[in-house]
Write a protein that binds this ligand. Structure first.
Ligand code: PMP
Ligand code: GLU
Length: 406
């Protein structure tokens, strides 16, 4: 039957999120009775800390079932501002006020709104490569042009200020930052962030800094752009509870930005989704109102991620798979290009990380995300946010397939 639906130009370039598609595929295979080790999903496998769930259910019983202010309940905006101010004080920088905060349906919506109100047709926005696939798509939906800036192989594929300068044109309007980085796990130092922020300030670019993984680090803390930027006039910092507090399903994130930007993002959000889900706002409020208690949970989960990272890395190093040493988030980006190319020349199969990932899932029951999704053909992203036994067994199978195609 011919396809009778003609979609608008708005979605002409739209692609489904590859990271989400992999988790869905793993879920469907499991539902069909197959055993799948899911190293694809980019979400903590831990439960939300029970005391946060309790606070949310108490709020529900007490009537947190109605609309709230679009930008979030005042107490939550204040708690976010207070937490940012406490960190800023420790870093010797200015505080944050509640009216510089918007609460959204996940960090994803905050990123979407920020990009949508700041960038438009004819604007180029520098995006580190490799990076989370949604930046590219969000910018295209805003009719802006994402410009990939190749990460430096000598420095964990982090984007340098020199590379950003080289990729810039007179049409450049902004820069996306993401530290700790999905998919590499690389953490930018204050110096590296500082050089990028200084370049952006010099050129009057907007900076959208996605700090959703900031709570998950293993060696040193990941500095926030909020504390490194010389001023915050053109800075939007996005964060949320999804990763740090194992709250992906609550869909609760936020942005800290200049007041005018918050006003514009709030107007946009008022036409899209209204407020973030009320009960989720109360859950986030509980977490942010008792940071010492939440920190105990964050440290426990980080300890778990670290154990898995170390276990996975040991196997990867033994197998000689080139990779980016991860210092944060819960991803390991492996260069399986050589193996994938060798395999494709011997059995005429598909080249690159996509073929490797497909073979890994079909024949060895391990879900991962091909590097192509992140702009890194020939690479493979392994998420170690999974039970340790699954991580160890899954990465062993990755290594076995890598060696078999050597
Ligand atoms: N940024 C990055 C880099 C991510 O990996 C994700 C994953 N979900 C998000 C933002 C969105 O997070 P949220 O669940 O808060 O929408
Ligand atoms: N960010 C996670 C990932 O990269 C979850 C899926 C998504 O939102 O893209 O896998």
């Amino acid at each position: 039957m011919p396809n009778l639906i003609e979609f608008s130009d708005n979605v002409a370039e739209l692609r489904e999120s590859a990271t989400i598609a992999v988790s869905q595929q793993a879920r469907a295979l499991r539902a069909a009775g197959r055993t799948v080790l899911d190293l694809g999903a980019g979400e903590p496998d831990f439960a939300t800390p029970p005391w946060i769930v309790d606070a949310a259910s108490k709020a529900l019983r007490e009537g947190a079932t109605r609309y709230t202010a679009v930008a979030g309940i005042p107490a939550l905006r204040e708690a976010i501002a207070r937490a940012a101010t406490a960190e800023s004080a420790a870093a010797g920088t200015d505080g944050v006020e509640a009216d510089q905060v918007i609460v959204s349906t996940g960090a994803k919506q905050a990123l979407f709104s920020a990009c949508f109100v700041l960038f438009g047709a004819g604007d180029e926005v520098l995006v580190p490569s490799p990076s989370w696939p949604s930046y590219d798509q969000i910018l295209r939906l805003a009719r802006a042009t994402p410009v990939p800036v190749p990460g430096d192989p000598e420095r964990g594929l982090r984007m340098s200020a020199d590379a950003a300068r080289d990729a810039a044109t007179p049409r450049t309007r902004g820069l996306i930052l993401n530290s700790p980085c999905n998919p590499t796990g690389a953490v930018y130092s204050a110096e590296e962030l500082g050089a990028l922020l200084a370049l952006a300030a010099e050129r009057d670019w907007w900076v959208v800094s996605d700090e959703i993984y900031r709570g998950i680090t293993f060696t040193a803390d990941a500095p926030s752009a909020l504390h490194v930027a010389a001023n915050r006039d053109r800075l939007v910092v996005v964060d949320g509870v999804s990763k740090r507090y194992a709250m992906t399903g609550w869909r609760l994130g936020w942005a800290i930005a200049p007041r005018e930007v918050i006003t514009s993002m709030t107007a946009l959000q008022s036409q899209m989704t209204s407020n973030a889900t009320t009960v989720s706002q109360h859950a986030a409020l509980a977490a942010l109102s008792d940071i010492p208690r939440a920190t105990v949970d964050v440290q426990r989960m980080c300890g778990g991620f670290r154990t898995r990272r170390d276990a996975a890395r040991t196997i990867v190093i033994e197998a000689g798979i080139p990779h980016v040493p991860p210092d944060g988030a819960f991803y390991l980006l492996l260069d399986v290009g050589a193996a994938a190319a060798a395999r494709s020349s011997t059995d005429g199969g598909d080249i690159g990380g996509t073929g490797f990932a497909r073979r890994l899932l079909d024949r060895h029951g391990v879900a991962t995300v091909p590097g192509e999704a992140f702009g890194a053909p020939g690479w493979l992203r392994v998420s170690y946010a999974a039970p340790t036994d699954d991580v160890v067994e899954g990465v062993r199978r990755v290594a076995a397939l890598y060696r078999a195609t050597d």
